[in-house]
Ligand binder design. Structure first.
Ligand code: GRF
Length: 192
């Protein structure tokens, strides 16, 4: 068995824009002894993001960043991340596209989770598109972030079967359940 006690966890940030089920799941994962990450800050571009409640609940710092001026917003985030000595970023339902310049500063250290079997269905409304095309499977992907939308190197994927009864709602629920297993596994793969 690997000796895990005493291992230093990587200081990480999670970026969100909405509900934050992946954030909550990653926080719980980070608390495990064999988790390679410790979440030091939550960044949101949306002050109304439901996931922000986990900041209080789990006593993790949060910062809400207005993206009206994208360049300025990224500059502000970088300053915060350097101050917090962050070495790893998980995007979890973060609805802004990070610039080349930002990504360069964290090369190979930014992961995203996407609710489709990439390269299929980059962008939004993935479940509706999979259903409309009568796909037999959908799923989720964890990938490294590069400057093109949902296009970085794939780290891990998980499939789910689409049944005739599925709606966008039921498919989203099924895929989210897989996401919550896949994201921690992909983080372990990258950081261990
Ligand atoms: C997830 O489906 C994720 O794959 C996508 O955005 C959604 C975020 O959900 N990028 P939540 O906010 O983590 O519940």
């Amino acid at each position: 068995m690997k000796k895990l006690i005493g291992l230093k966890k990587t200081r990480s940030a999670v970026f969100i824009s909405g509900t934050g089920t992946n954030l909550k799941n990653l926080i719980n994962f980070s608390h495990k002894i064999n988790s390679p990450i410790s979440i030091k800050i939550i960044i949101s571009n949306n002050k109304k993001a439901k996931g922000l409640k986990y900041s209080n609940q789990y006593k993790i710092k949060k910062q809400i960043i207005n993206f009206k001026n994208h360049k300025f917003a990224e500059k502000k985030i970088l300053k915060i991340l350097f101050k917090e000595k962050i070495n790893f970023i998980c995007l979890a339902g973060f609805m802004k596209i990070l610039s080349k310049n930002f990504i360069k500063k964290f090369k190979g250290k930014i992961l995203n989770i996407h609710p489709s079997l990439l390269p299929k269905y980059k962008g939004l409304n993935t479940h509706a598109r999979a259903l409309q095309n009568r796909d037999k499977f959908s799923g989720c992907t964890v990938h490294l972030v590069n400057s093109k939308l949902d296009s970085g190197k794939i780290i891990m994927q998980e499939k789910v079967k689409i049944t005739k009864k599925d709606t966008t709602f039921s498919l989203k629920r099924k895929v989210l359940k897989k996401e919550h297993k896949l994201y921690p596994a992909a983080i372990k793969k990258i950081l261990r």
